[in-house]
Design a protein around this ligand. Sequence first.
Ligand code: CP
Length: 321
Amino acid sequence: MKHLLSVTDLDRETANGLLDEAERFEQALLGREVKKLPTLRGRTVMTVFFENSTRTRVSFEVAGKWMSADVINVSASSSSVSKGESLRDTALTLHAAGADALIVRHPASGAAHQIARWFNEMDEASSGYAGPGPAIINAGDGTHEHPTQALLDALTLRQRLGDLEGKRVVLVGDILHSRVARSNAFLLSTLGAEVVLVSPRTLLPVGVEAWPVRVSDSLDAELPGADAVMMLRVQAERMNGGFFPSAREYSIRYGLSERRMKMLDDHAVVLHPGPMLRGMEIGFSVADSPKAAVLQQVNNGVHMRMAVLFRLLVGTDEVVA
Ligand code: CP
């Protein structure tokens, strides 16, 4: 595996292997006062974020540091991007400065793929100034994909529910703008789960018929019997000022309220990738209830990203402890 750009590049064995590897990292660090493995000593990992982030950027930084990599954070606003430097020149510059891996978040769908393509072309021509190109990790590209989020969600579901084969997972809300929804729909399906989308029709993407999912209009109808429900953030920043239905209507029809949570089976788990809009897509107390796995997701995110960095930069199945 050279890059991690899309969950559609992962077959079931590879995906499960990454989940297993994340759990091995968790075990390797369990109970340690000093959380430091020598695994990536001498490697340089750069996060390059053109959009804001709390969870993804921080957990990649922690993951890299816990594996002894040198981690450099580059934000677009404080880089020469603000002076007009192109994405290609930025990526080439960071590699020439020593990056072994570039972790990229960008508002344009396909940005990480494009960067990987530029480096792959350079590899073929053997013209890379700093040798073979870096591993590219897609940390969220526009409305397209967020592969490491889907992996950490799958890990959380597996820990709560066991094998995902035949489990029913309901994704709720703004599917149209959610890279988390797309990555989860495809990865969970690869892992054998049944995926149901509940969304206003105005917030469903064109072409959703080709996704491995069932679409439903009624959250109330889908909650009983669901093994998991994943609430999605309403991404107002991608809606150009227009939002239909209204926030109030959305909350009434698609919000996971206290009343609705009671419709879930006892074993069912509630996920949210964050950041949460409490009171709109998820009730205040629902988000803090024992059914909610929101902070478990964040914690798993660190181990999952350790596994991804390890797989791309070292490539074997052995955790060096
Ligand atoms: N889930 C997620 O991607 O959160 P951040 O935007 O905070 O990274």
